[in-house]
Structures are given as structure tokens and as C-alpha cells.
Ligand binder design. Sequence first.
Ligand SMILES: Cc1cc2nc3c(=O)[nH]c(=O)nc-3n(C[C@H](O)[C@H](O)[C@H](O)COP(=O)(O)OP(=O)(O)OC[C@H]3O[C@@H](n4cnc5c(N)ncnc54)[C@H](O)[C@@H]3O)c2cc1C
Length: 360
Amino acid sequence: MSGPDLVVLGLGPAGRATAHRAASAGMTVLAFDPAPDRRWRRTFGLWADELPGWLPPGVVAARSFPEVVAGARFRLGREYAVLDVDRLQDALTLGGVEVRSAAADRDAALRDHPGAFVVDARGPAPSADPRVPRQTAAGVLVAAGAHDELWMDWRPAPGVGEDEAASFLYAVRVTADSVLLEETCLAGAPALTVDELESRLRRRLAVRGVSAGEVYERVDFPLLTDGPRRGHRWCGVGVRGTSLHPATGYSVAASLAFADDASAAFAAGRGPVTASGVAAHRLRSAALRALLGMSAREQRAFFEVFFGLPDRHVRAFLSARSGPAATAAAMTAAFAAAPWDLRRRLSGAISPATRPRPRR
Ligand SMILES: Cc1cc2nc3c(=O)[nH]c(=O)nc-3n(C[C@H](O)[C@H](O)[C@H](O)COP(=O)(O)OP(=O)(O)OC[C@H]3O[C@@H](n4cnc5c(N)ncnc54)[C@H](O)[C@@H]3O)c2cc1C
């Protein structure tokens, strides 16, 4: 009997989408997950224009046009979608996939299935190292209309000094009648604790006279893991691969897109992660390092600059699918638009080749 064409390790959003699309394209797929039927319990948001056309429209729980407040208020004019995770999980059917309820190891999968390509979608590698940058957040639900809908509100929470570690408020419509308010530490090493973020959130809400119940969602995951993203006959995807945007923490949109890119690449007999994809991921990782090096004041100033850039740069930088040229162009534009003291922080993030020369 011949072996599978594709082995998928992990059936979170990244692995499940990959297995689903590959099986739909006619590949023989074997998937491993210790809990393949565990229901997803996370709020997944993405820009609506990033949703693949093959997903049924019912996977979207809410659509909105959230704004950003940095120094000024920015209307992004871009529709945001929050997914109904149950429907998303059910839409990614695994009818033609052989699913084994077991943990698996990448090297063992490569050894045991010499004719297969292996996609590593096992999510974050466990690490207690405080130097690993993480994103953390604490969120509550409030009734729609009780609060402005803002993708990022960088005004400090009450009682948080200008120079204390920064957090922002994510206030996004998640169903027809509710908004998720999530106090978020975009990136920290160490990151702010979820308890500290909850306390900041409660203070914000108290000042605004908004009442909320128990914490609805706690977020804590690594933004960057060491190690290669691809090798001979294997690649990572989702948090394990280049789909996780290290400077924003988003990965779902890029993982859904990867599922199709991967099927096309397999059909063409090549690996789905290209050298240019890895190079773009390195640039985004450099942007994360620049963010980590900024004070709270500088982070707020940076987002004031960033959201004032032309829309094409904002979109290119936010997408984990942009190539190195578009990503470098966006980073260079941010550098050029930044005040001098902020340029010092950004200069390490853009490569010498893309850094503009100082005027004489
Ligand atoms: C609360 C929260 C909210 C988030 N919100 C968003 C959002 O709005 N938008 C966004 O883009 N991103 C968001 N993220 C970030 C990221 O997209 C999610 O973490 C997402 O779940 C990552 O998907 P994944 O498939 O890569 O990994 P995971 O969802 O972590 O899935 C990994 C899978 O691998 C399995 N596994 C683990 N070890 C093994 C093994 N040894 N063998 C086989 N299987 C294994 C696990 O059981 C699991 O099913 C959020 C993260 C959190 C924590």
C-alpha cells in the first residue's frame, strides 16, 4: 500500500485548513492531533478582504469598520470580520483525511513517511523563557453600542503613566449584539500579565461608565520561536511557520491562504514556503524587535506615524503574506515619516539595503 502524500501535524486552524484543502484537491492526507475534535474557543478576527472565497459566508459572525486612535483618530476604511469559530471549524471538513488521535514528532513523521511532505502545524512550541516575546490580553464582552469600535486605542488606561509598559484597547464587534473589549500588550519580553491587563481594562471601563461581567478571553502566546520554518520535505505553518505575523500576532488569515498556496505548490511539485516568504518573515521579525526596543511613548508615536502612511503601506505591512519588497517598502516609508528620535529605534529594523541614505 502506498503512503500518504501529505502528513499534517496539528489540527488547529492552520493544520485543519491545510488538511481540508489538500484532501479537497485530491491528495492523500494523514493528520495527527492528540485532541482532533477539541472545539476551538478563541475569538478569531481578520480583515474581511483576506477571507478566502471557498469559505461559506456563514463563518463570519460579525463585520464592522473599526477605527484606530493613536495621537489622532484614523478611519481605516477597511472591513473587519470576526469569525464564528464553531462554523469555521465545521467548514474545514476532514472527510477524506485519515485522522489519528495522537501527538506526533516532525522527525518521526519524516522518517515514517518517506514519500510524504510534512506540514508542522503544532502551534506554539512550549517555552518558559521570559526572553521569548509574547502577546497577552484580557477581554470582556459588552453590549453593542456601549463602546466605540476601535481596532487599536493607544490612549493610556487611567492610572498608567506615560512611560509604563504600553497596552492598547482592542474594541471590536464580535456578534450582532456584542463588542469584545480586550486590553492588549502587543508584544513584550516579558509581556504584561493578563491580570495587570484586566486591571487596566476595568479602570478604563469604570471611567467610561461601561459595565462588564467576567473575563471572556485570556490571551497569551509567543510571537517568535527559534528554529527554521522549512526544510527538506517539510515546512511550518500557523504559529510554527511564516503565517504568524510576529509584530501583530495575527496568523489565521495567512494560514487560510497558505492552505490554498500549499495545494498549488504540491501540485507543482515544490514546497509551499519560498525563500522570499522566509525573507519577508525575517523583516517582520525585525519590526517586532524594533517595537520591543521602544518605550511606551515611542510605541504610541510609532503608531501615529504608521497609520498615517499611505493605505498600501499599511496593508502591506499588516499582511503576513506580503513579500519582502512590499514589506521593506512599508518599513522604509515608516522610517522616512518618523521623527528623528524614533528613527533611531527603527533603523535596526530595516536592512542596510532598504534604509534611505541620509541627505547631505
Ligand atoms: C485567545 C487568542 C486569541 C487569538 N486571536 C487571534 C485573532 O483574532 N486573529 C488571528 O489571526 N490570530 C489570533 N490569535 C493567534 C493565533 O492565530 C492563534 O493562536 C491560532 O490558534 C494559531 O493557530 P495554529 O493552528 O497555528 O495553532 P493552534 O491553534 O495552537 O493549534 C495547534 C494544534 O496542534 C496540536 N498539537 C500540539 N502538539 C501536537 C503534537 N505533538 N502532535 C500533533 N498535534 C499537536 C494541538 O492540539 C492543536 O490542535 C489568537 C490567539 C489566542 C491565544
